[in-house]
Write a protein that binds this ligand. Structure first.
Ligand SMILES: Nc1ncnc2c1ncn2[C@@H]1O[C@H](COP(=O)(O)OP(=O)(O)OP(=O)(O)O)[C@@H](O)[C@H]1O
Length: 581
């Protein structure tokens, strides 16, 4: 993000900016539309002049003169059309560029439960942005812009003869009615089709993320069946929607041709009766086809408009929901590392039950807390709330008195280290990964790696610290990934380190390095919160907290807490409640 502001509030701001700045552009396009549609009258006027003036007077100079004028007008028309198309393409590009980062951040917020927008995080926001951009850049929007000018052509028809105007009006109403029926019939199907595709994509993405489990347990077939069922449902709906759509497109084209024939027939009759000139007959036929052309195209473009409208709806819903957070939080001074958890309650996303219920405690700067407790007691969730990845429904987590939700992104990146369960590294050079994708400070990168005992490991990689970890470090072993993630968690000026089962994949040597790292962090005065199932590790912390069913039920010095909790079993399998990891 270019501006180190709150990532979520910037979404609402960017949306406001787009809405505000887009207005003058659309007004300008409306002016273009007026000019283009006035110039579209030229062929009709030209025909009338040729039939009623040139053919009667037989003066060739007049023909040359009006032909040159018509050609000049048509050239201006073509230029305006080209400018309009180019301008719309630029507007589409600009909207995509402006909203790309905010949409990314808001989509992350929706995943975290920070953006309170039901359904806003569904689907693929980037696809939605692309849909809106293609709609703006394609031929659909210009034809829709021209639709409101239909009355101009009908009025011109009526000036030639009221009956011709009336006939045009009748056909326009028929075509508009057809468009509305088309919308009614195809919109729900089109929405369901999109949902079916998303479901199939989700199953595929999930399978790709867990490719080893899929292969090992032969899950490929059932997962493929699930994806293909979702896909087949949407394909069937798509077929139905397309069939309906094509019938409507055919009906629209039929009506237009019939309208053309009827106008010519009526024009001929009126001309024979001497009510209009032959030029008027030809001109009214051209005018009517002009009036109906955008309507006809609008029917064909209706699906594009619908898709773009619902894509824009999803984007705005996602970005508007990001108003919930404070704009531009102030930059606070570097924290000493005082952590305060004040009555934190976090409900399940549906609000059915609390995952954390009124958790309160404090950790002094530079001291460490081990969180223990059975599986599902809320330890990992508490870690997520502490680092500001989940917003509590009630209460707050404060770092040096400032709500962690209001610490700016750039500051969190600098002062907060986090090692999640199920370590995921991102694709990039080892040095960039450890430096959290900030400009890497070589000395600090090596220092962090040495601190957690992974310096030699990194040096043994093909290009050392410049080795590119692809696919989140999939080429490394679980223990190697965890050590690099640990180095990232302790990198640089970190003042608060939250480690969720940091030894789950470590061997004996790795565990020794971790113990050394904890001692070094203590020496540096870094505050540490650590989730573990190993008493030996909990023992190293200043205090131990016990989580039970979303509540912090005990907290005290390790000797006291662990003596109470550890079962008298042989030392090599001894664990705290929750089982050994
Ligand atoms: N997004 C969510 N939706 C619904 N329930 C959730 C969600 N996140 C966590 N939970 C529930 O909250 C409870 C606490 O989960 P959490 O992962 O924090 O436990 P834990 O103590 O870290 O367990 P473990 O030791 O196995 O890692 C679990 O019952 C879990 O199912």
């Amino acid at each position: 993000m270019s501006q180190p502001t709150s990532k979520l509030s910037s979404g609402a701001k960017a949306l406001e900016r787009v809405r505000k700045e887009i207005k003058p552009a659309f007004w300008l396009l409306a002016v273009f539309s007026i000019a283009i549609n006035l110039l579209l009258l030229v062929p009709s006027v030209y025909m009338m002049q040729v039939y009623d003036r040139v053919l009667r007077s037989a003066v060739i100079e007049t023909l040359i003169y009006i032909t040159l004028m018509a050609a000049a007008a048509v050239a201006v028309y073509a230029a305006l059309e080209a400018i309009r198309l180019r301008a719309l393409a630029r507007i589409g590009e600009w909207i995509e560029d402006t909203l790309f980062e905010p949409v990314f951040a808001a989509a992350m917020g929706a995943e975290q439960g920070l953006v309170k927008a039901s359904g806003a995080g569904e689907g693929t926001p980037f696809n939605d942005l692309r849909t809106v951009r293609s709609f703006l850049s394609g031929p659909t929007l210009p034809s829709l812009c021209d639709t409101p000018w239909m009355p101009l052509f009908l009025i011109c028809c009526a000036i030639i003869h009221p009956y011709l105007g009336l006939l045009g009006l009748v056909f326009s109403i028929l075509i508009i009615a057809l468009a509305l029926v088309n919308d009614r019939m195809t919109r729900p199907a089109a929405e369901k089709v999109a949902q079916g595709h998303q479901e199939a994509q989700r199953v595929l993405a999930e399978a790709a993320r867990n490719v080893d489990s899929v292969a090992a347990m032969g899950l490929s077939r059932p997962l493929a069946d699930r994806a293909s069922q979702a896909n087949a449902r949407s394909t069937a709906l798509l077929g139905e929607a397309t069939d309906r759509g094509t019938v409507m497109i055919g009906a629209g084209k039929f009506l237009r041709v019939v309208a053309q024939i009827c106008t010519l027939a009526l024009g001929a009759a009126l001309s024979l009766e001497g009510h209009i000139t032959p030029g008027g007959m030809i001109a009214s036929s051209i005018l009517l086809s002009r009036a109906l052309a955008p309507l006809d195209q609008a029917i064909a473009a209706w699906r594009g408009l619908q898709q773009s409208r619902s894509a824009w709806g999803r984007i705005t819903k996602l970005l508007e929901a990001s108003r919930v957070l404070v704009e531009d939080p102030i930059a606070l001074p570097a924290p000493a590392g005082k952590l305060t958890v004040e009555g934190v309650t976090l409900m399940t996303p549906g609000g059915e039950r609390p995952i954390l219920a009124g958790v309160s405690f404090g950790v002094a700067p530079g001291s460490s807390l081990a969180l223990i407790g059975p599986s599902g007691s809320g330890k990992s969730t508490l870690c997520r709330v502490i680092v500001g990845s989940r917003a509590p429904n009630r209460g707050a987590v404060r770092l040096d008195g400032g709500d962690v939700m209001l610490w700016r992104d750039d500051q969190r990146r600098r002062y907060v280290g986090y090692l999640a369960q199920g370590t995921e590294l991102f694709t990039g050079r080892v040095r960039d990964v450890i430096a959290r994708f900030d400009a890497p400070d070589d000395a600090k990168v090596v220092e962090a790696a040495k601190l957690v005992g992974c310096h030699d490991l990194v040096l043994s990689l093909p290009q050392g610290y410049d080795t590119v970890l692809v696919n989140g470090g999939a080429m490394l072993s679980g223990g190697q990934r965890q050590r690099i993630a640990l180095a990232r968690a302790v990198y640089g000026d970190t003042r608060l380190v939250v480690l969720d089962e940091p030894n789950s994949a470590l061997d004996g040597e790795g565990e020794r390095a971790l113990v050394g790292a904890l001692a070094a962090l203590k020496e540096r005065g870094v505050t540490v919160v650590l989730v573990t199932h190993k008493p030996a590790l909990a023992q190293l912390c200043d205090r131990v907290g016990v989580m039970t069913a979303g509540q912090l039920t005990r907290m005290g010095p390790p000797t006291e807490i662990l003596r109470e909790l550890v079962a008298p079993v042989p030392a090599d399998v001894r664990t705290v409640p929750g089982g050994a990891r």
